[in-house]
Design a protein around this ligand. Structure first.
Ligand code: DHE
Length: 540
């Protein structure tokens, strides 16, 4: 199924609607909202809707919700859609118990009103939020504890606004640290000493894992909304940047912010507003989605969702910043390296495609059509017995894991940038998948599937026998099962039960038998888990 989706200015859409027969008179009246109702709805929209539909509601992973579209439906109809969700993958916010009927109705009225842009947030605002809790000179000179830092796991405790640090050897929840609101992703400095976190509210924190217990040593708010962060991972003739810098990708204001990697002191803001790669229309809200750090160049790879551009940002000279802008496809979202770490693959999810960028030649390598709404997380790399090295992505819109050939200069070059195989997990709604170079298994979640048994299960494929159906295991009677991660040795697989009373289940990856179940009152809504060693070296 192919969908076409273009961003057009509201006026153009209104004119087109008129031509097609829908006149302004047929639009529903704008429902009045009190100041308080507007403020409440703005917050609910930010918490639940903005990520997919955009702050200015022009659409991205979700449809455009500008008044010219929403006023073609009644408040009651819109409230019903919000309540029960859609076939396209939007959760039923009422049926999942997140919003009440009144809140759905309020939101329906809100989206029939004109969107209001949030305030800007410049260097003065960012600096005002910067807190250096422990200066680098006052930090330990060596680890203060005997724990195996490389096998620690940092776990996002989404609704608690905290990060759990779990000892991968003992499975003990060592400590929790405060973070931003609904932290989205985590990364480590290349040395593995520092953990970086980024909240949905754009609050970045840095945690020193040498401390006993680990503590937040600095924090800063880089904007109003963000989803991604990474560190500088390059050591080479152009200078040693290991642990020196960090970068945050903002959703609002649309920008990226470069920070000192030890203190999070803000150094530079670069705006991403500009023109879409294809139709060259001006976009007010091109949000920065995924970020990875190159090991081979002093470079971050940043994706700009709405304009469809991949930016290679050379951080070796911040005064004369060199940025290579690669045209790719719109609505870029999540992605990761291929096994050689030369190619970065990222989903253009609303275009059903995965884009591959060559960070050596600094050019687009390919755009591959995969299936309905690819969602790889950072993806999974392994060697297909028949087709050679592949990068795998799960899909939100259909039960599909697509394997893309990633060996353009080797024995399997004929398969490069083609979908060489399609695997069928138990359901649609896939968010993440994972394997490890030492594993023979590929673990796939279906977190946003409609069926309860499916979203509480994982599908596990045997990499030596990819023609066989997956082993499907139901893991829980509560919450949703989400996001997998391996331990450093690659012989254990960790998976979250995303629930207020959350759990982390640890499997023996060889036997697929449950080995441990980490239950702890502090594990509130665990989502992403990041092993220090695997995240540092981008092993996935
Ligand atoms: Fe995510 C990764 C954006 C919903 C959990 N998510 C990402 C990345 C982006 C993104 C841009 C890539 C970051 C990187 O690699 O640098 N996510 C968004 C959204 O805009 C969206 C669709 C809606 C929203 O409002 O946030 C969204 N994401 C979700 C969820 O509902 C999840 C399951 C729980 C939550 O936090 O709200 C969720 N996203 C995650 C996780 C990662 C992630 C755990 C990192 C995965 C990894 O292994 O790297």
């Amino acid at each position: 199924m192919k969908k076409k989706f273009y961003l057009l200015p509201a006026l153009t859409i209104a004119l087109m609607a008129n031509v097609a027969g829908a006149t302004a008179a047929e639009l529903q009246p704008v429902p009045p909202l009190t100041k308080e109702e507007f403020a409440t709805a703005t917050k609910v929209y930010f918490d639940r809707c903005g990520g997919c539909h955009g702050t200015l509601r022009k659409g991205a992973t979700g449809k455009a919700l500008t008044p010219d579209k929403t006023r073609t439906k009644t408040v009651e109809k819109l409230a019903e859609i919000i309540h029960i969700g859609t076939e396209g993958g939007m959760p039923g916010w009422g049926t999942t118990g997140v919003l009440t009927k009144d809140e759905s109705t309020l939101l329906a009225k809100f989206i029939q009103n004109e969107p209001v842009a949030p305030p800007e947030f410049d260097m003065k605002d960012i600096r005002a939020t910067w807190k250096l809790h422990v200066k680098p000179a006052d930090r330990p000179k060596a680890p203060m504890h005997k724990r195996n830092i490389e096998n620690l796991f940092a776990v996002i405790l989404r609704d608690a606004g905290k990060i759990g640090i779990i000892d991968g050897d003992t499975k003990e929840v060592w400590t929790t640290v405060d973070s931003g609101f609904a932290v989205h992703t985590l990364r480590y400095s290349f040395s593995g000493r520092y953990l970086y976190t980024i909240g949905r509210d754009a609050k970045a924190t840095i945690v020193d894992l040498w401390m006993d217990p680990p503590q937040t040593v600095a924090e800063v708010k880089t904007g109003i909304e963000a989803r991604s962060i990474d560190s500088s991972k390059y050591k080479g003739p152009k200078g040693d940047f290991l642990d020196k810098l960090a970068v945050v990708g903002n959703y609002w204001p649309p920008s990226y912010v470069i920070l000192d990697g030890q203190t999070l002191e803000p150094m530079k803001i670069v705006g991403t507003r500009g023109y879409t790669y294809d139709t060259n229309e001006f976009h007010q809200e091109p949000r920065v989605a995924s970020i990875v750090a190159s090991h081979y160049d002093p470079e971050w790879v940043l994706t700009v969702k709405e304009t469809g551009q991949v930016l290679l940002v050379d951080y070796s000279d911040l005064k004369n910043l060199k940025v290579t802008t690669i045209e790719s496809e719109r609505f870029l979202h999540d992605g990761g390296w291929d096994s050689s770490k030369r190619y970065f693959l990222v989903a253009a999810n609303m275009r059903d495609k995965i884009v591959a960028v060559d960070t050596k030649t600094k050019k687009l390598a390919a755009i591959v059509e995969t299936g309905i709404k690819p969602h790889p997380g950072r993806g999974a790399n392994f060697v297909d017995p028949k087709f050679g090295p592949v990068y795998a992505s799960t899909h939100l819109g259909e039960p599909l894991v697509a394997l893309i050939g990633t060996d353009p200069e080797g024995k399997f070059k004929a398969n490069a940038w083609k979908v060489v195989r399609k695997l069928r997990p138990a359901g649609e709604g896939g968010l993440f998948l994972k394997t490890h170079p030492k594993s023979n298994h590929l673990w796939v979640d279906h977190t946003l599937a409609k069926n309860e048994d499916i979203y509480r299960s994982v599908s596990v494929f045997d990499l030596k026998n990819l023609d066989a159906p997956p082993k499907v295991m139901k893991l829980s009677d509560k919450g949703r099962v989400v996001h997998m991660e391996y331990n450093k040795a690659g012989d254990e697989l960790w998976v979250s039960v995303w629930d207020r009373k959350g759990e982390i289940i640890v499997f023996d990856d060889k036997t697929l038998k449950e080995k441990a179940r980490i239950t702890d009152a502090r594990l509130v809504t665990p989502t992403g888990k990041f092993n220090v060693y695997n995240t540092r070296y981008d092993i996935y």
